[in-house]
Design a protein around this ligand. Structure first.
Ligand SMILES: [Fe+2]
Ligand SMILES: [Fe+2]
Length: 224
């Protein structure tokens, strides 16, 4: 909670520079709060599904699980989509965007221990993920395109829809950050955990503002 950690003295005696910095921090944090809330609302059938839990057991890039990676990709996809809608008045299907992003790596195996198949994983996993996701969650045509084309240009067929390009770019961005060990998913996991706990009725408020966290039971925790 950067906001709470930053307020170390009364606002009145903060210097102008400190106030500006604090304002930027608060605005950034509020944006992230609303962004993750929107992500949860649009993708909650997937996030709350017991089938999604298995994604926490497979690692994606570096020390990031497939689950954490998928949440980060969904968050950045939504952020890019909001930017495009506001800046260029683009009409985007954000429900399908979030669902496709959450399921884009739903291939359900550990690709690090695949032997020879490891080499072709980059080419084959989008189709495996699409088939698995359609079987478990039922995808529309746009969501299928998002999952199937998210590795373009490694897979040669380009996406048909703008939403697919957005997820493709968000996926690349997240993969680079994760490979460089830049933490892009812990905040989204914490907030998604909060919404899971809220939806499940397992939460509490702490004694003071720094303890405004849900009491997440282990089975609802996104990360062990
Ligand atoms: Fe992928
Ligand atoms: Fe990915």
């Amino acid at each position: 909670m950067i906001y709470l950690e930053t307020v170390t003295k009364p606002a009145l005696i903060l210097s102008r520079l400190e106030r500006d910095k604090l304002e930027v921090t608060i605005n950034k944090r509020i944006t992230e709060y609303t962004l993750v809330k929107e992500l949860f609302v649009r993708g909650q059938d997937i996030i709350l599904s017991p089938k999604t839990k298995v994604l926490k057991t497979f690692m994606q890039h570096g020390e990031t699980s497939v689950y954490a990676h998928s949440l980060a990709v969904a968050k950045y996809s939504l952020l890019f989509a909001q930017f495009l809608e506001k800046t260029f008045r683009m009409k985007l299907d954000k429900d399908s965007l979030v669902r496709g992003a959450l399921l884009h790596d739903y291939f359900l195996y550990d690709w690090h221990v695949m032997g020879k198949g490891k080499r072709t994983h980059g080419l084959t996993h989008p189709r495996t993920a699409m088939n698995n996701a359609h079987r478990d969650f039922g995808l529309n045509d746009l969501e299928k395109d998002i999952v199937l084309k998210h590795m373009f240009p490694i897979t040669p067929i380009p996406p048909k829809h703008r939403e697919s390009f957005i997820v493709d770019i968000a996926d690349t961005w997240c993969a680079i950050c994760e490979a460089l060990k830049i933490d892009i998913s812990s905040f989204v996991i914490r907030r998604v955990n909060f919404h899971i706990a809220l939806a499940s009725g397992h939460y509490t408020l702490g004694e003071n503002v720094t303890n405004l966290v849900p009491l997440v039971k282990p089975e609802f925790a996104a990360e062990a």
